[in-house]
Design a protein around this ligand. Structure first.
Ligand code: PGA
Length: 254
């Protein structure tokens, strides 16, 4: 597929996989994806499997991501994980503001923006998630919600940092439901987000930022979604838990 930006496909394993299961999966992925150079491939295991998976992917084209990170560098923050700890395991990417954390942990845009600053401070790359709920979409508020989340979650980033960041558009109603956004719906939201980046930064920055689509991505719909001009990859949940389906998503996008 001929794209303006290099595609980036990330697997968000969420709260799945023991260390043994994670190693099984990543060994399968290494075999399936050994020759893939056209797409940036990232896997995001739970914290407890980062060390093992990090070692397993060292000699491969697969990069490691974490699913969250503290805004703080060190200290009295029980249960939190700092950037320096992630870097020990060769982590390169950090998912921030996933809708499950926005919902379950009440993460707000301002906190996500502080975390994004910390991620850049450690020379890691954030994957910053935004997306509207079904009720918001039905109320005609998609653009308003996306604008609030994009402006709030990216607040304070420099243009250079923005270019090194990835945005994931994940309509909440499409996550884990099997109900994928249509290609037209995805393209419309992605183009809207890129338009916001033009206003917040400039044309050059906006043209360089990669925007992933997330929400029930599977091998059968991956190619069509990623063929849209403003869809630059995918953030994959359920279908990233098996080597074959995650690898097929990537292969189908080439
Ligand atoms: P899903 O999850 O692919 O299972 O819909 C996507 C995500 O939450 O990142």
């Amino acid at each position: 597929m001929n794209k303006e930006r290099k595609l980036i496909v990330a697997g968000n394993w969420k709260m799945n996989k023991t260390v043994a299961e994670a190693l099984d999966l990543v060994r399968g992925l290494k075999l399936e994806l050994a020759n893939v150079k056209e797409v940036d491939v990232v896997v995001c295991p739970p914290f407890t499997a980062l060390e093992a998976v990090g070692k397993a992917v060292l000699d491969s084209n697969i990069r490691l991501g974490a699913q969250n990170m503290s805004e703080h560098n060190v200290g009295a923050h029980t249960g939190e994980i700092a950037a320096v700890m992630l870097k020990e395991f060769s982590v390169r990417y950090v998912i921030l503001g996933h809708s499950e954390r926005r919902q379950d942990q009440k993460e707000a845009d301002a906190l996500i923006a502080r975390k994004a600053a910390a991620v850049h401070g450690a020379a890691l790359k954030p994957i910053i998630c935004v997306g509207e709920t079904l009720a918001e979409r039905q109320a005609g508020e998609m653009q308003k919600v996306l604008e609030t989340q994009v402006r709030g979650s990216l607040a304070g980033l420099t243009g250079e940092q923005m270019e090194e960041s990835i945005i994931a558009y994940e309509p909440v109603w499409a996550i884990g439901t099997g109900q994928t956004a249509t290609t037209a719906q995805a393209q419309e939201a992605h183009a809207f987000i890129r338009g916001l980046l033009v206003k917040m930064f400039n044309e050059t920055v906006a043209r360089r930022v990669r925007i992933q689509y997330g929400g029930s991505v599977k091998p059968s719909n991956a190619r069509e979604l990623m063929s849209q001009p403003d869809v630059d990859g995918a953030l994959v949940g359920g279908a990233s838990l098996e080597a074959r389906s995650f690898a097929d998503i990537i292969k189908n996008s080439i």
